[in-house]
Design a protein around this ligand. Structure first.
Ligand SMILES: Cc1cc2nc3c(=O)[nH]c(=O)nc-3n(C[C@H](O)[C@H](O)[C@H](O)COP(=O)(O)O)c2cc1C
Length: 245
């Protein structure tokens, strides 16, 4: 190894500050009422603006919601929409529904499988019964809108951009939670109009942002990944390494 490269890896027996943020970050669902100061929100937006994107298309638009009135209305409406959705979809409520509604619900869930996979379906039930909030009473939301004309996958571009913001926020001691369930609001044309969600834009996701009200649990175990390492020739099988053990 050249002296230059050897110098670069000096000290890498410890986590870098960026790695520490990545490893310790957890979703927060309990925020202080007081929002982050605007300069911090702007810095978080900067982290998103500087994200890489396919073809450098930067296919995003951001909206910051701080107004308590609007936030309250968003929460109320998301719960209302969720109740309606579950009224139609929740076939577990009675024997009659189990027999007659189950096939219809299953079909609808299958059509929307990324949105209504069993995990969010359970959460939707809790929200409809007002046992779980949608936006966790966060004092600020950042809406992430994707430009559908983007090069390659808009979903990937927005994911990278949003996670840049998340990591920037956590590096400043702030807390975040992705709120994919914001899409509930898109069932109501009122909110599409309110946030000017029309072609080429569509609402992709949302970040709840603020000061954490409770200490996060920090590092947790994640699934061990079986990673294939291709290091030999074309005829050689990959070496499987158990990443995370
Ligand atoms: C794209 C995306 C959407 C998410 N949507 C929600 C959501 O609507 N509500 C919520 O409470 N958490 C949401 N989460 C948070 C996940 O539940 C959380 O990241 C996961 O359980 C792992 O926990 P951790 O973030 O604490 O590591 C979302 C996460 C991602 C990446």
């Amino acid at each position: 190894m050249t002296t230059n490269l050897a110098k670069k890896i000096e000290g890498l027996d410890r986590w870098t500050p960026v790695e520490e943020v990545i490893l310790a970050r957890r979703s927060t669902r309990a925020f202080k009422k007081e929002p982050l100061p605007d300069f911090m929100i702007r810095r978080i937006l900067e982290a998103g603006r500087f994200a890489p994107s396919a073809g450098n298309s930067q296919p995003w638009r951001f909206a910051v919601v701080k107004s308590p009135e609007i936030l309250e209305q968003m929460e109320k409406d998301a719960v209302r929409i969720c109740k309606r959705l579950m009224f139609v979809l929740d076939y577990t409520r009675s024997r009659f529904r189990k027999i007659f509604l189950k096939p219809v619900s299953k079909f609808f869930i299958r059509l929307q499988k990324n949105e209504l996979h069993p995990v969010p379906f359970g959460l939707l039930k809790e929200i409809a019964e007002e046992r779980a909030p949608v936006f966790h009473a966060a004092p600020t939301l950042i809406l992430l809108l994707e430009d559908r004309r983007s090069v390659s996958s808009p979903q990937t571009n927005i994911g990278i951009c949003g996670q840049n913001m998340v990591l920037a926020a956590h590096s400043m001691g702030a807390a975040t939670c992705w709120i994919g369930l914001i899409k509930l609001l898109m069932y109501d044309p009122k909110w599409k109009k309110f946030f000017n969600v029309k072609y080429p834009y569509q609402l992709n996701n949302c970040l709840a942002l603020g000061w954490p009200r409770v200490e996060s649990d920090g590092w947790v175990q994640r699934e061990v990944q079986l990673v294939e390492w291709y290091e030999g020739g074309m005829q050689d099988p990959p070496r499987i390494e158990r990443q995370g053990e």
